[in-house]
Design a protein around this ligand. Sequence first.
Ligand SMILES: O=C([O-])C(=O)C[C@H](O)[C@@H](O)C(=O)[O-]
Ligand SMILES: [Mg+2]
Length: 430
Amino acid sequence: MNTALVIEDVRLTPILVSDPPLLNTQGVHQPYTPRLIVEVVTRGGTTGVGETYGDGAYLEAARSLAEALPGRAVTDLNGLFALAGEVCDGSHATADDRVDAGGLRGVRNAGKIRLSVVSAFEVACLDALGRAQGLPVHALLGGKVRDSVEYSAYLFYRWAAHPVPGERDDWGAALDPAGVVAQARRFADTYGFGSFKLKGGVFEPDREIAAIRALAEAFPGRPLRLDPNGAWSVPTSLYVAEQLKDVLEYLEDPTSGTDNMAAVAAATDVPLATNMCVTTLAEIPEAFARDAVRIVLSDHHYWGGLHRTRELAGICRTFGVGLSMHSNTHLGISLAAMTHVAATVPDLAYACDSHYPWQTEDVITERHTFTGGRLTVSDAPGLGVELDRDRLAALHRRWLEDDGTHRERDDAAAMRVADPDWTTPAVPRW
Ligand SMILES: O=C([O-])C(=O)C[C@H](O)[C@@H](O)C(=O)[O-]
Ligand SMILES: [Mg+2]
């Protein structure tokens, strides 16, 4: 073994990042959201970085994995899964039916949490390996098949400000079709995005249908998507599909669970996409056999890293299912990772999601810049991003000083600040 590639140290830095008051079916984003930055340091003196969810269950699993990693090589990526299975006991995260607010990713369980933790270590190892070898991460994945990756505008209903004092941005409120169109216009003008996704499940469906209609009128012919995170019944999903069939590129998780998705898919020609009913390998056979989804939104945090994302792409290709990319609150390290893996997938036919424009704080020295709705794929060694240690320290300080309110993402709790009677809505909500 090349001893220079052996891991000597692993650093974990939990941080709190400011987040705007974006609405979804569970509630509203808190003013600060937890993320975890992973640094892997090799004996040769190279440091690689990764990023994942920072809530307590993720942090606990990451601590166990970080302790077990020194002495292993950054090339031992396949071994990460077995190692995580051995050392992360999962007692912190019981399987239950609760939809995971930290990503609205279907039910939450220990296996999913473990994969999300492994993803950050895998990315950090690839970054370190790439830096040590002078190769970009995409080259370590087999090479890029495109020089830039297209992203779509991720539109949210939102308030102008959080109901508690804190950071405030200048986007203003978007609570009706005119507000959504104004937000889309700013996204298009600033970043050049050519397709638009609206996070739905916030208002009654007719109101959201009106917003999509307004977008279709303002941006004729552009791909449009609506994603209520499983908030609708089968009949409501079919009603919305019928109303919007001429303008939707796809309908994302209109309803919860493979049974319901299959029932909707059987009765409409509007393609259905998911980042909720297919988020693990175990969920694929039934969903694909029943034609429940036409597009899977990959997410390297869900699937266990960049290699696993490429495996998912191969499975989707085999079954004629399309692939795109999901996102929730993330920083520039993850966006770099997303861009590298997206650059290597041949049949990525849809613009990827990214929350990045909503994140005004970052831990990298140079923010990514969307041009014409696209990010250029970096050919620099590793991910091609540098840690800004001062920013990292400042955001970590915020985490240390937090009284616990923000260390777990809880969109329902944030909503209760404005509406004390709020509880996470049962599904179907409409
Ligand atoms: O596509 C999705 O389902 C998401 O992006 C989930 C996210 O967590 C989003 O709904 C959010 O952050 O409110
Ligand atoms: Mg979604």
